[in-house]
Ligand binder design. Structure first.
Ligand code: NAD
Length: 459
C-alpha cells in the first residue's frame, strides 16, 4: 500500500490521456477478459475449490460462465452503448440539436465479495471497462486464493496502466476508501456499506452498493400439486445449491400456510437427500462455510435454545470441515437473531401463516429484501405481491434465474442497496450521461431577455 498514491496518480494520468476512452481500448480489454477466463478455467476452478469448496459445475455456472457471458455481451454491444443518443427538443429551440453522451466517470474503485470471488469482482470490472474507466480492483481477502490469483494474472491479460488489482484486508480497504474516487462499486454487507458510503460522502463520490438482506420465498397452496417436486428442487437449489446459502439472493426464509408445512418439510428433506446424498458432509456438490468467523456466526444463530428447539431437519455441524448440514427450522421465534439478521448460510427457517395472503404484510413490515420468490398460480396474489411489497426483484415460480437475465437490472432497494447492473445497466452504472445542446444564432427570441413585459414564453 506504500505506493497507493503513486498508483492512483498513474491511473489518473492514464485516464486523462484518453487511453481508456477509445472503443478499440475497451474492446481489446473485453477480449482480454474472455481470453483470461478461457485460458484459466481450470485454475479458477481450483482456486474456488480452495476458498469455498465450490464444485467445478457450480463454479462454471455462477462464476466463469457469468464472466464469459458478460464480457461477450459487452464486446458485441459496447459500440452501440457508447454512441450518443439524440434528444428531442421543443420547436421553440429551433435551430438546435440535443444529444445525451455517455462518458466514463474516471478512476473507479471496485470492492468484490468472497462468495462469488470471480464473478462478483470481474463482472463489475467488465462494466467499468466497457464504460471506459480506469480501475482499481480490490478482491475480498476472505477468498485469498482467488484474490492472489486475480492479482497475479489479471495484469497479464488486461492493460496494467489502466487496471490495477490491489490485495489486502480491512486496513487496505480503509486506506483505499480515504482516497478520492470518481465512483465506488461495493458488494458486501449493510454494515460495511455504511462505512463505504460515509467515506464516499467526504468526496461526493457516487456509489453503487450491492448489499444483502433477508430474501423470502412464499409457497402458496394454489401451486399445482404435480409441480411440488419441481418447486422443492427450486427451493433447495436456491437455499443450498449456490455456495451453500452464502449468496445474496439465496432464500433466507420460507413462508407457507401451516397446513402445508409438514408435507413441505418432508419433500424438502427428500430433495436435499437426492441432491447431496444421505451425508452431505461427503458431497462434492456442497460448499463449505467460508471461514471460522462465519462458521461461528452461523453456529450462534443456531445455538440460541429457542432456535435450536425449532430444528425440524438437519442441524449437525463439523467445525474441522467448516460444515453445517442443510438445516430446516420450523417457526423459530420472530425476534431471534436468525429472523432479524441476514442468515447467509445453510439454515432455512420456515414460518407458518394461517393464510398465505398474510405474507404480504409479513414482508412489507420488514426491511426491503434484495429478492422475493413466490410460488403461486393465483394472479390476484401475484398482483398484490408486486404492488404491496418493495424489493430488488420478484421472481414467480422459480429462483435465482433473475440474476442471469441481462435485460433485467440487478440490485437492491432500501437496505438491500442501491444502483443496479447487468447487461446495459452495467454500462450505465459506470457512465455519466452528459447532456449536449447545440444551437444556431438565428432567429433570436428577444422576449427571453429583460426588460420583462407581459409576453409569456411557452416551451
Ligand atoms: P463485508 O461487508 O463484511 O465485507 C466486504 C468487504 O469490505 C471486504 O472485502 C472487507 O475487506 C471490507 N471491509 C470489512 N470491514 C471493513 C471496514 N471496517 N472498513 C472498510 N472495509 C471493510 O461482506 P462479506 O462478508 O464479504 O459478504 C457478505 C455480505 O455481502 C452479505 O450481506 C451479502 O448479502 C452481501 N453480498 C451482496 C451481493 C450482491 O450482489 N448484492 C453479493 C454478494 C454478497
Amino acid at each position: 500500500m506504500e505506493g497507493l498514491e503513486g498508483t492512483l496518480a498513474e491511473l489518473r494520468d492514464t485516464f486523462r490521456s484518453g487511453r481508456t476512452r477509445s472503443v478499440a481500448w475497451r474492446k481489446s480489454q473485453l477480449r482480454g477478459m474472455i481470453e483470461f477466463v478461457q485460458d484459466n478455467e481450470e485454475r479458477i476452478f481450483q482456486a474456488l475449490d480452495q476458498d469455498v469448496g465450490k464444485h467445478p459445475v457450480e463454479a462454471y455456472r455462477d462464476e466463469v460462465g457469468v464472466v464469459a457471458k458478460s464480457a461477450k455481451l459487452s464486446l458485441s454491444c459496447v459500440e452501440k452503448w457508447m454512441a450518443p443518443r439524440k434528444g428531442d427538443l421543443p420547436l421553440v429551440f429551433f435551430p438546435a440539436s440535443a444529444q445525451v453522451m455517455p462518458e466514463p466517470f474516471g478512476v473507479v474503485l471496485i470492492m468484490g465479495s468472497w462468495n462469488f470471488p470471480i464473478s462478483l469482482t470481474l463482472d463489475p470490472l467488465i462494466a467499468a471497462i466497457s464504460a471506459g474507466n480506469a480501475v482499481v480492483l480490490k478482491p475480498s481477502e476472505l477468498s485469498p486464493t482467488c484474490s492472489s490469483f486475480l492479482a497475479e494474472n489479471i495484469p497479464k491479460y488486461l492493460d496494467p496502466k489502466s487496471i490495477k488489482v490491489i490485495e489486502g484486508g480491512i486496513d487496505v480497504c480503509e486506506q483505499l476508501l480515504q482516497q478520492k474516487w470518481d465512483k465506488i462499486f461495493f458488494t458486501g454487507s449493510q454494515r460495511v456499506g455504511r462505512i463505504v458510503m460515509t467515506a464516499a460522502a467526504q468526496h461526493l463520490t457516487p456509489v453503487t452498493l450491492e448489499l444483502g438482506g433477508k430474501s423470502p420465498a412464499i409457497m402458496d397452496s394454489s401451486s399445482n400439486p404435480t409441480n411440488m417436486k419441481v418447486i422443492a428442487k427450486r427451493i433447495v437449489g436456491a437455499k443450498w445449491g449456490s455456495c451453500s446459502g452464502q449468496a445474496c439472493i439465496a432464500i433466507d426464509y420460507l413462508l407457507v400456510e401451516e397446513r402445508f408445512a409438514s408435507d413441505l418439510i418432508d419433500l424438502l428433506a427428500k430433495t436435499i437427500k437426492q441432491f447431496y446424498g444421505e451425508n452431505p458432509r461427503e458431497s462434492k456438490s456442497y460448499c463449505k462455510i467460508v471461514n471460522k468467523n462465519n462458521f461461528k456466526r452461523l453456529l450462534d444463530l443456531l445455538k440460541d435454545p429457542l432456535v435450536e428447539a425449532s430444528v425440524a431437519y438437519g442441524g449437525s455441524v463439523d467445525e474441522e470441515k467448516m460444515y453445517i448440514e442443510p438445516t430446516i427450522l420450523l417457526n423459530p421465534p420472530l425476534d431471534s437473531q436468525i429472523m432479524t439478521e441476514e442468515i447467509f448460510g445453510p439454515l432455512l427457517p420456515i414460518i407458518t401463516l394461517d393464510d398465505i395472503y398474510e405474507s404480504i404484510d409479513f414482508i412489507s413490515s420488514r426491511p426491503k429484501p434484495l429478492a422475493i420468490y413466490a410460488f403461486t398460480r393465483d394472479e390476484k396474489f401475484k398482483k398484490q405481491i408486486l404492488s404491496r411489497t418493495s424489493s430488488g426483484s420478484v421472481t414467480f415460480n422459480d429462483t435465482l434465474l433473475q440474476f442471469l437475465c441481462d435485460s433485467l437490472p440487478f440490485g437492491g432497494v432500501g437496505q438491500s442497496g442501491f444502483g443496479r447492473y447487468h447487461g446495459k445497466y452495467s454500462f450505465d452504472t459506470f457512465s455519466h450521461e452528459k447532456a449536449i445542446l447545440q444551437r444556431g444564432f438565428f432567429p433570436e427570441l428577444e422576449p427571453r431577455y429583460p426588460p420583462w413585459n407581459s409576453f409569456k414564453l411557452h416551451f
